[in-house]
Design a protein around this ligand. Structure first.
Ligand SMILES: [Mg+2]
Ligand SMILES: [Zn+2]
Length: 276
């Protein structure tokens, strides 16, 4: 299915909880996290938390060990592997960070299923401390979207993906997410695309309250089992639609060839080349 691009949120969509909270809670730093949260953006708090954990003697191995234990619904990995094997282009757009996401995906054996991970930079510095930075540098300029946190507008990322896909021909996008940060990208989807909001989660509430603003078709899911069923059903439906429209195009070209006088064939085939 070269025509389908599936964009996944990560926290509470691929894994079944928020990776930032999971690391902080499992390493016993919840109180400090809650104290810092009202004082600065979430993304900056996470960098501070990594500094604090480092000072307390927690190592990168400790963090990785916690990440590898992050709960995931047993049907999510097969869903991703099947979508990948069907030829879909899978991407991640997440407000977690690259270090967490790569650690988990490599551990689960599904890193290579994704062509792109759009998230906050996260890497281990020379001291052996994890640094987490904003995807969008809001200190130097705002991204200008009031729906999104200062460090990342997922809608802008979707627009960038749409612009690059437009060069490759028609693509259908399926977007899966749960959080309020997934509402902005849902509004960027076009007619013919699909949004899969997680039922009874913030993005679902926002979509339900603003249905008239969403051009994509809405297919909700509640757990990993439904995620797999709904996603694979959509991919199948798009693939049937695509093969129908391909054969219809061929058929109509053949019909035209039969009825158009010979002299017009050359003009027709050159115009076909232009539109292909
Ligand atoms: Mg999420
Ligand atoms: Zn936005």
């Amino acid at each position: 299915m070269a025509g389908v691009v599936v964009v996944f949120d990560f926290d509470k969509t691929i894994i079944d909880l928020d990776s930032d909270n999971w690391v902080v809670d499992e390493l016993g730093a919840t109180d400090l996290f809650n104290q810092l949260l009202p004082t600065m953006p979430w993304n900056s708090v996470m960098d501070m938390m990594m500094k604090e954990l480092y000072t307390q003697g927690k190592t990168i191995d400790d963090i990785q060990e916690v990440l590898k234990r992050a709960p995931i619904h047993p049907r999510v990995i097969p869903a991703i592997k099947t979508a990948h094997s069907l030829g879909c282009d899978l991407r991640i757009v997440s407000d977690a960070n690259l270090f967490y996401i790569e650690t988990i995906l490599v551990h689960l054996g599904i890193r290579d299923c994704f062509t792109e991970i759009n998230t906050n930079p996260g890497y281990v510095n020379e001291e052996g401390r994890l640094r987490i930075f904003p995807f969008h540098d809001f200190q130097s300029s705002s991204h200008g979207c009031n729906l999104c946190p200062p460090n990342m507008c997922k809608g802008m990322i979707i627009e960038r993906i749409q612009a690059s896909l437009a060069k490759e021909g028609k693509k259908t996008m399926i977007y899966l997410g749960d959080g309020s940060g997934d509402f902005c990208p849902s509004l960027k989807l076009k007619e013919g695309d699909y949004v899969m909001p997680r039922m009874n989660f913030p993005v679902w509430d926002l979509i339900c309250q603003n249905r008239e603003l969403v051009r994509a078709k809405i297919d909700e899911w509640s757990d990993g089992e439904e995620l797999e069923r709904v996603l694979l059903k959509l991919i199948e439906a798009i693939s049937i639609q695509e093969s129908h429209s391909n054969s219809f195009q061929l058929l109509s070209v053949n019909c035209k060839m039969e009825t158009i006088p010979m002299a017009d064939h050359e003009a027709l085939s050159s115009s076909l080349q232009v539109t292909q």
